[in-house]
Design a protein around this ligand. Structure first.
Ligand code: GLN
Length: 486
């Protein structure tokens, strides 16, 4: 593997600016790496070779003329649920196979304006519904640490491409854990910002009250760089918040003296793998040694989070996915009547998990059940948020494992949706409460990465990044590489 693909984005930024390397060289090194390993990893659904080459050239010109900004010339991957005008956006679904959006997502536009380089569109579970990428209509992504295991999901391609050095950075989306859980499984950094921090315009909607876009990277500093670029208010997303965006890199480099970090007893459930538990205990010790004060907190409604999510998210999905009818978007299976056209288009276009969600959601929203399910879930959601509000009166952040297990073998959970849903038991509460969360490399268990999760107050990504950075600097988990692919 070329040394250029080993660089962090932060290192590459310096080398580009000092003209020691060019974006063209950096981009070619990544395209070579993709050619070398992606047949095995299958992190990409679509490699944007021509676009990337053109953007790299443009980036070099911008750097030459002194116009470099945050991610100018840095090669990135985009989850294939973010709209791009110059590549298909499929949401890993047959219904959108070959679909090209007439506009860019706001995050894509922001990257383009900085002359970042788009390597391609990364694999995902269909419409971001899943925890393993096994629900992609176009094949499962494999975990670079063990090709027989899942990379997590739904943003499995975004995590795997960064872990396998096939991209320097990537963007994913997190509705119930889809950034943090694959980051944990693939041994990289994944940040879900506060709901409203990053514009969702041009993100194909799954559950609109939960979805957030965020970065994957191999270092915390790189995640801060990406967040700097994509965060901010957007008039095209009415839920994006108009507050000041700090320079996230400025919050790095501090020690943890005086920081209060909560440990929630509800996050040490039965089913937590021994190796994950051991890594978590060791990580807590590191935080304590760095000067943090560890405080017990309680999040008593945690046990209802999963059930609440699986009413709320499918309910919203059933409404959001109504637009895929073969008339306005994507593939159409023409039949004699409109009704039959709908039935065949949706029947053949959607995969089984998407259909399951649409049915669950439609049921939860139907007259007679609406109050019992949907309204009740909204009330429980308020209680979950209140738990966090109370905890954050006492602490600056909460530390927890990202997932109860390490990456599981491909095929081991596909027959049991409930087992699959359990993979998100520690990540879902943050989405229900709208708060930010980050997963960073926090140890190994039997040679597989364990994610360490930090949850923070709304709009306080800076504190999360600061704690994550201190932990990263004191450990070397982030520097480990998946050996089998090198
Ligand atoms: N795995 C969860 C689900 O299947 C979360 C997915 C996500 O965050 N997009 O819904």
């Amino acid at each position: 593997m070329s040394e250029l693909t080993r660089l962090s984005a932060t290192e590459a930024r310096q080398l580009l600016d000092s003209k020691a390397i060019t974006s063209v060289e950096l981009t070619e090194a990544h395209l070579e790496r993709i050619a070398e390993v992606d047949e095995r990893v299958h992190g990409y659904l679509h490699v944007m070779t021509d676009v990337a080459r053109e953007q790299a050239q443009r980036a070099d010109n911008a750097i030459q003329s002194g116009q470099a900004a945050g991610l100018t010339g840095i090669p990135v991957a985009l989850k294939d649920i973010l709209c791009t005008v110059d590549a298909p956006t499929t949401a890993a679904s047959h219904i959108l196979e070959n679909y090209v959006s007439p506009y860019d997502a706001t995050v894509v536009k922001k990257l383009r304006e900085q002359n970042a380089v788009f390597l391609g569109k990364a694999n995902t579970d269909e419409f971001a519904m899943g925890s393993s990428t096994e629900n992609s209509a176009f094949g499962t992504t494999r975990n670079p640490w063990d090709l027989n295991r899942v990379p997590g999901g739904s943003s499995g391609g975004s995590a795997a491409t960064v872990a396998a050095h096939e991209a320097m950075l990537s963007l994913g989306s997190d509705t119930g854990g889809s950034i943090r859980q694959p980051a944990g499984f693939c041994g990289v950094v994944g940040l879900k910002p506060t709901y409203g921090r990053v514009s969702r315009f041009g993100l194909i909607a799954f559950a609109s009250s939960l979805d957030q876009i965020g970065p994957f990277s191999r270092t915390v500093h790189d995640a801060a760089l990406m967040l700097n670029t994509v965060a901010g208010h957007d008039p095209r997303d009415s839920t994006s918040i108009n507050t000041e965006v700090p320079d996230y890199t400025a919050s790095l480099g501090y020690d943890l003296t005086g920081k209060r970090i909560g440990i929630a007893r509800e996050y040490t459930i039965e089913g937590l793998e021994a190796g994950v538990s051991a890594a978590f205990d060791a990580a807590v010790k590191v935080l304590r040694d760095l000067g943090a004060e560890l405080v017990d907190v309680s999040l008593p409604h945690t046990e209802y989070a999963l059930a609440t999510y699986y009413i709320t998210a499918p309910a919203e999905a059933s409404a959001n996915l109504a637009r895929f009818d073969g008339i306005k978007y994507g593939n159409r299976k023409e039949e004699a009547t409109l009704q039959e056209t709908y039935l065949r288009t949706r029947g053949e276009g959607f995969g089984p998990e998407v259909k399951r969600r649409i049915m669950l959601g439609t049921y939860a929203l139907s007259s007679g059940y609406y109050d019992a399910y949907y309204v009740k879930a909204q009330k429980v959601r308020t209680l979950i948020k209140r738990d966090f509000d109370q905890a954050f009166e006492k602490v600056d952040a909460i530390v927890a494992p990202t997932s109860p297990t390490v990456a599981f073998p491909i095929g081991s959970r596909t027959d049991d949706p409930y087992q699959m849903y359990l993979a998100d038991v520690f990540t879902i509460p943050a989405n229900m409460a709208g708060i930010p969360g980050i997963s960073i490399p926090g140890g190994l268990s039997d040679g597989l990465p364990v994610g360490l999760q930090l949850l923070g107050k709304a709009f306080d990504e800076a504190t999360l990044l600061s704690i994550a950075h201190a932990y990263e600097q004191a450990t070397d988990w982030h520097a480990r590489e998946p050996a089998r692919l090198s």
